[in-house]
Design a protein around this ligand. Structure first.
Ligand code: SF4
Ligand code: FES
Length: 248
């Protein structure tokens, strides 16, 4: 009989990173917790049970519990994943949890992804730039179905930070746009409502903080919980850079 078919519940052994940067007496360490596994138990459920029954000071983030809000990214046995989407039945009995690297630590498993994503968006001005004055009477602009679908693909990013945490380049270079940043750039680059041309984007994308910062490890592609086509995004950006006429 396999483990998944077994009717005897497992006693899970959690090793969880603990550290409160706000507390001068706090020292980074791993704390262990034991918990009986329940059917269909996600890490969200397990961590809540630990907090409710064993240690109310344990910090971690969840909001939607359904892979939409992007707040529950954490390192699960060394791999970035969404806690709400990870079932304990898919993991060994010993489960090691760390906060995502790259992002500022708030405490224990909780990190501040918002500040990182905001600086990335501000640096690349990844929003629609329009030279037209706003006209509330204007007709909705039409868009080719295929292009709309391609833009929608990029917009499916939930900014969980898993790809950034898995990325060797983003771990080494704080200025690198990272997989999620490159995805966002591509999304606006292809949007005809953005008045910036390819040459404007060339300045932003074509350097070691942009698409040439990627060192090709492609872990981002393996860990993205929304299965975004990140490899296609990089290929699109590189093609754009190679075919852009540079301003002199
Ligand atoms: Fe998360 Fe995927 Fe977006 Fe990266 S690209 S932030 S892994 S949803
Ligand atoms: Fe929202 Fe996991 S709780 S993505």
């Amino acid at each position: 009989m396999t483990r998944k078919e077994s009717t005897v519940p497992r006693r899970l052994h959690f090793e969880i990173f603990r550290y409160n940067p706000e507390d001068s007496g706090s020292v980074p360490h791993m704390q262990t917790f034991e918990l009986d596994e329940a059917p269909y138990m996600s890490l969200f459920i397990a961590l809540n049970q630990i907090r409710e029954t064993q240690d109310p000071s344990l910090q971690f983030d969840f909001a939607c519990r359904s892979a939409i809000c992007g707040s529950c990214g954490m390192m699960v046995n060394g791999r970035p994943a969404l806690g709400c989407r990870t079932l304990t039945s898919d993991l060994p009995r010993t489960i090691r949890l760390h906060p995502l690297p790259v992002f500022k630590l708030i405490g224990d498993l909780s990190v501040d992804t918002g500040t990182w994503f905001r600086q990335m968006v501000e640096k690349s001005e990844a929003w629609i730039h329009s030279e037209q004055a706003f006209d509330p009477e204007a007709q909705e602009e039409r868009m080719d179905d295929e292009l709309a679908q391609a833009i929608y693909e990029g917009d499916r990013c939930i900014e969980c930070g898993c790809c950034v945490a898995s990325c060797g380049a983003a771990n080494l270079n704080a200025d690198f746009a990272g997989p999620a940043g490159l995805n966002r750039m591509a999304r606006f680059l292809m949007d005809p409502r953005d008045s910036r041309g390819d040459a404007d984007w060339f300045e932003i994308v074509s350097n070691s903080d942009g698409v040439f910062g990627c060192i090709g490890m492609m872990a981002c592609h393996d860990v993205c919980p929304k299965e975004l086509p990140l490899l296609e995004v990089y290929a699109y950006l590189r093609r754009k850079v190679l075919t852009t006429k540079i301003r002199h």
